[in-house]
Design a protein around this ligand. Structure first.
Ligand code: SF4
Ligand code: SF4
Ligand code: FES
Length: 317
């Protein structure tokens, strides 16, 4: 690896795709300096070496959200990622670029985002103000403290990186996905909005389907923390009418974890399972644990932590 004068020759291996050939890899060699982002590297490859290479990019400044892709396996915005930084991080001049996971490929690094946009539109991503405001008879100002809560979640650039990295989206067709939840919470929590009941119906069941793996937190280029939006949305469950089984189970699980920590300072696995899933549901899980040889861990008798009063003080806030 050579980084002479903050310049380097790099081999970029692109995972390409066409409907006729399927996926295949192609290598390109080029010189980069300390200012070369991946969108610039791809622009030079396309204009100087191979006009058939397809990728999306527009703003080149992390605003339009069109250049999401996997760089050395990590979901990234190509315009926000410098080639030299990746060479330094991985200690290699050979870098792979692939289309984002989960989405259907269209051509090379371009993926079909229809599914992503459908999810975003399902949460009604705009404010529904009151009639008085719409008719110009009233003004509804947002207080600075409310704006502070909403600001983070309004910064989404619809890049799709969090969805491409989310295991729950891939497994559960009823889950709206991290970006839609960030957007949904931004309007659910807006005191000027008038369709709270409808939003609760759209968001609450889905919010309990997240597995809290934090991948969306790790990959979001705007530090939006979609998982935080999901946690905050769950707190609205108490307002939901006609609760689904998923919501009821989620609420039971939260209560079970809370009471286990309150009593012992720890999450007692078997006790939490019993309270959440009942005897029958827990027995199914026990059979699974027995088959996988993990039952002994579930049955370990945990000692309560010392100074439990301190833990309880924390829980009471
Ligand atoms: S924390 Fe939830 S929304 Fe975020 S990536 Fe994991 S499962 Fe998906
Ligand atoms: S939440 Fe972040 S990663 Fe997800 S679409 Fe919005 S900006 Fe992209
Ligand atoms: S080109 Fe617009 S976000 Fe990267």
């Amino acid at each position: 690896m050579s980084l002479k004068n903050e310049e380097a020759e790099v081999i970029i291996k692109v995972k390409r795709y066409t409907q006729e050939k399927g996926f295949y890899w192609q290598e390109y060699k080029l010189k980069v300096d300390r200012f070369t982002q991946f969108t610039e590297a791809l622009r030079r490859i396309k204009s100087e070496q191979d006009p058939t290479l397809a990728y999306r990019a527009s703003c080149h400044m992390a605003v339009c959200g069109s250049c999401g892709m996997k760089i050395n396996g990590e979901p990234k915005l190509a315009c926000k990622t410098l080639v030299l930084d990746v060479i330094k991080k991985y200690g290699s001049n050979v870098i792979t670029i692939e289309p984002m996971d989960y989405f259907k490929p269209v051509k090379d690094l371009v993926v079909d985002l229809d599914d992503f946009y459908n999810r975003m539109h399902k949460v009604k991503p705009r404010l529904y103000p009151s009639n008085e405001v719409l008719e110009g008879k009233a003004e509804h100002r947002l207080k600075p403290e409310d704006q502070k809560v909403l600001w983070k979640f309004a910064q989404c650039i619809w890049c799709g990186l969090c969805v491409s990295a989310c295991p729950a989206v891939q497994e559960d067709p009823e889950f709206l996905g991290p970006a839609a939840h960030a957007k949904g919470f931004r309007f659910l929590a807006d005191p000027r909005d008038t369709i709270t009941e409808e939003r609760l119906k759209i968001l609450i069941d889905s919010a309990w389907r997240c597995t809290y793996c934090y991948m969306c937190y790790n990959v979001c280029p705007r530090d939006i923390e979609p998982v935080t939006a999901i946690k905050k949305t769950r707190a609205f469950s108490r307002l939901a009418k006609d609760k689904t089984e998923v919501i009821k189970t989620g609420e039971k699980h939260t209560e079970a974890v809370h009471s286990s920590i309150f009593d012992s300072g720890k999450i007692m696995g078997s006790r939490v399972y019993l309270s959440t899933y009942g005897l029958l549901g827990s027995m199914k899980e026990m059979i699974f644990l027995m088959q996988s040889g993990k039952l002994k861990y579930a049955l370990v008798k945990e000692k309560a932590v010392e100074n439990i009063q301190e833990v309880r003080k924390l829980l009471r806030g």
